[in-house]
Design a protein around this ligand. Structure first.
Ligand SMILES: Cc1cc2nc3c(=O)[nH]c(=O)nc-3n(C[C@H](O)[C@H](O)[C@H](O)COP(=O)(O)OP(=O)(O)OC[C@H]3O[C@@H](n4cnc5c(N)ncnc54)[C@H](O)[C@@H]3O)c2cc1C
Ligand SMILES: *[C@@H]1O[C@H](CO)[C@@H](O)[C@H](O)[C@H]1NC(C)=O
Ligand SMILES: *[C@@H]1O[C@H](CO)[C@@H](O)[C@H](O)[C@H]1NC(C)=O
Ligand SMILES: *[C@@H]1O[C@H](CO)[C@@H](O)[C@H](O)[C@H]1NC(C)=O
Length: 655
């Protein structure tokens, strides 16, 4: 069986022509989708493939393609990372739609045939709102506008993302953006593969790599830093990979020694679906605090904080094994014994970097009751500014105790007028209201001694995670599609609580920020140690010591210009400096951090960065997978960016 030569560069000249050597056109009738059904139990992880994973692109399929006399078979073939290392030196800008080398229409048509019709041409979701697009339709525009700011709308759209700012705000419904805004494809992809099987992902990976196209991966599109969008890109859309399988309550994972309940999930599973599946079985899983975020995409890849993390560890810690399409196009199992270095990197080392995850096996836990406590206090009446900040000190001083009791405390301070504090809420796992009340009483006594009488405390008992989420964050409160804010993050270490001077400096830094910015919010949690799991992974080491993930934001008006946005973002970087100074050597949570974070390699990946960078070269010497602030992303840049407003609306070029 002859190995097909790597001929991307050579075949470019032929791209404008017919797909078969003898000049006939490839059609659905003459060419079948490029897929082979393999045995489900062939997975080396020991857990059967999902049926969508048994549909693969194999070397035999590629060999078969030559039977069709296709002139461009090599565009779809695998590559060998070993032979690609030397190609690093010859990296050039990713081929852009306006470039001569951009594949001609017949080539995209051929790709679509081989994909079994899964290729979608990139059209901005809001195109019906603009008369220069063929999709123009005012009635449709009205519907789109009314749904635009719901995360469920954005995640169901091939090009939809939650935060358009770093995409470049290229096409939003007119009433939700600047006056006189236009609609271009901008920082959105040219083509999308709506993946429903592994073969399609492999084909897209091979095609993009062989043709030097920009490749992106979008799951739910929730990323704050536009990591799931990009101009001139081919996008792999994983949203439909939503299978859920319960592996039983005594699932045994030999490599790690884990024995207990576990799920195998497609990487496109939405949190709510998995919460419900687990709840029906009397189980909990570690997920985020909203319904629409993915579990198996960027969330787990970036670490994943959770209302249950102070009990069981982070989302990335829960992973027992994964199935992954690598940048070379091969489909592999990943765990302690199969590709252990990738197993390290894929758990915390960030999305869109190492490969495209198609499924994960994750641990689950018995369902336990949850009790929440919400309360607030603020400056005014008898409460002076000094008393208020002493009250904040009293609350913060409890953070080690709360986290060590397995709790999750979500709070905010707002200083738009006089400052006020809200615990919104504190979440006691495996606790009832009586237990939470006993635990909270000493704090309320201390506040009382400071002259702060908390009168609005509300305790609520829930039977588990879903009802607690429903009671705390109603579905209607989730929003998406917005472009007028940006957030920054800091992970404050436990050592700050062990030294009164450091703790005071930390509070002073938080206070300076909130008095300048108007609002901060924070999660008092810890990444619990869980002896049943392998926690040796790429999760930012700063998480292992943290007691507080705090966030600060920048906002701008609907009429803001790119220069206004850049200025607000620059200001955010500067406002964060006291937080960095109050937590030297710590870091930020990469999934909720600022795209402009200085020294992001250290802040997002800590001491793992050098090793992760090395792994990136090993598995992706082509630089195929790229996203802003992903490991190795510093080797590339986007053309046309302005300082502090880096958008995805430009060419991706090597540094
Ligand atoms: C409303 C809301 C609530 C949130 N709540 C929480 C929370 O409670 N806890 C928390 O930790 N975070 C939370 N986040 C942040 C969240 O973790 C990040 O936004 C994360 O990037 C979302 O991942 P996604 O797959 O849903 O999004 P996407 O934007 O689709 O993907 C994010 C990144 O992962 C990559 N990626 C996606 N799927 C794959 C895959 N299968 N293989 C390889 N790479 C992939 C993408 O290319 C991109 O780089 C929240 C965000 C929002 C908007
Ligand atoms: C290869 O082609 C033959 C003939 O069309 C077909 O029967 C076989 O299933 C194909 N094999 C693969 C792996 O695609
Ligand atoms: C492939 O091309 C050869 C030579 O032009 C031709 O004889 C043969 O019939 C073609 N096969 C198919 C499947 O089109
Ligand atoms: C945990 O995973 C890491 C990374 O894959 C691996 O190096 C290590 O050996 C594993 N630990 C155990 C106890 O299996």
């Amino acid at each position: 069986m002859a190995r097909l030569a790597f001929v991307a560069a050579l075949s470019l000249a032929s791209l404008a022509f017919a797909q078969t050597i003898d000049g006939t056109e490839a059609t659905e009738e003459t060419v079948a989708p490029a897929v082979e059904e393999v045995d489900a139990d062939a997975a080396s992880s020991g857990v059967d493939y999902f049926s969508f994973e048994a549909s693969q692109l194999t070397v035999d399929v590629i060999t078969n393609l030559t039977n069709y006399n296709l002139s461009d078979v090599a565009l779809f073939d695998f590559d060998d990372a070993d032979t690609a290392v030397e190609k690093r030196a010859t990296r050039v800008c990713k081929t852009y739609p306006t470039d001569k080398a951009w594949p001609a229409r017949p080539i995209w048509d051929l790709l679509n045939i081989l994909l079994g019709g899964a290729l979608i041409e990139g059209v901005p979701a809001a195109a019906p709102c603009y008369s220069n697009w063929p999709q123009y339709d005012e009635t449709k525009c009205a519907t789109i506008t009314s749904e635009w700011e719901t995360p469920s709308y954005q995640l169901s759209e091939p090009l939809g993302i939650q935060y358009y700012v770093f995409e470049g705000v290229s096409c939003l419904p007119p009433t939700l953006t600047r006056t006189g805004a236009t609609c271009t494809l901008g920082g959105m992809p040219s083509y999308v593969v709506k993946a429903t099987n592994v073969a399609q992902i492999q084909l897209a990976v091979n095609f993009a790599r062989n043709l030097n196209l920009r490749l992106i991966v979008k799951n739910k599109g929730h990323d704050f830093k536009a990591k799931s969008t990009g101009a001139g890109a081919l996008s792999i859309w994983t949203n439909a990979l939503s299978s859920i399988q319960f592996l039983g309550s005594t699932y045994t994972h030999r490599p790690s020694g884990y024995k207990g309940p576990a799920f195998k999930i497609g990487s496109g599973v939405q949190a709510l679906a998995l919460y419900e599946a687990a709840d029906n079985l009397g189980l909990h899983i570690v997920g985020g605090n909203t319904r629409t975020v993915g579990i198996g995409g960027g969330y787990t890849a970036g670490g994943g904080h959770s209302p249950l993390m102070s009990m069981y560890g982070m989302a990335a810690d829960q992973v027992l094994s994964m199935e992954v399409v690598l940048p070379n196009g091969k489909f592999v199992s990943v765990d302690e014994t199969n590709n252990p270095d990738l197993f390290f990197a894929l758990r915390g080392g960030g999305g869109s970097t190492w490969g495209i995850v198609t499924s994960l096996v994750i641990a689950a836990y018995p369902k336990k009751p949850v009790s929440t406590l919400a309360y607030s206090f603020g400056i005014g009446g008898d409460i002076t500014q000094d008393a208020f900040w002493s009250g904040i000190d009293a609350v913060f001083a409890k953070f080690p105790e709360y986290a060590d009791k397995g709790m999750y405390s979500y709070w905010s301070v707002a200083c738009f007028f006089d400052c006020s504090f809200a615990m919104a809420p504190q979440w006691g796992n495996n606790m009832d209201a009586a237990a939470l009340k006993t635990l909270s009483q000493p704090l309320f006594d201390e506040l009382s001694a400071l002259g702060i009488e908390v009168t609005d405390a509300v305790y609520t008992d829930y039977d588990g995670v879903i009802s607690a989420i429903d009671g705390t964050w109603p579905a209607a409160s989730e929003s998406g599609g917005v472009w007028n804010f940006n957030t920054a993050s800091r992970l404050f270490p436990r050592s700050n609580w062990e030294d009164a001077t450091k703790l005071a400096a930390q509070t002073a830094a938080l206070r300076t920020a909130v008095e300048a910015a108007g609002m901060i919010l924070g999660y008092n949690v810890k990444a619990a140690t869980n002896s049943a799991l392998n926690q040796t992974n790429a999760v930012n080491p700063a998480w292992r010591n943290t007691l507080l993930h705090a966030m600060l934001g920048a906002t701008w008006s609907q009429e803001a210009t790119p220069e206004d946005i850049a200025a607000a973002n620059k200001n955010l970087v500067e406002m964060m400096q006291p937080w960095r100074d109050a937590s030297p050597g710590a870091g930020a949570y990469l999934n909720e951090a600022d795209i402009n974070e200085p020294d992001w390699q250290q802040a997002f990946y800590g001491s793992n960065y050098a090793y992760l960078y090395q792994l990136k070269q090993k598995y992706d010497p082509w630089g195929l997978m790229w996203a802003p602030t992903a490991v190795g992303s510093e080797d590339w840049y986007i053309t046309g960016q302005i300082d502090y407003y880096p958008t995805q609306n430009g060419k991706l070029c090597p540094q």
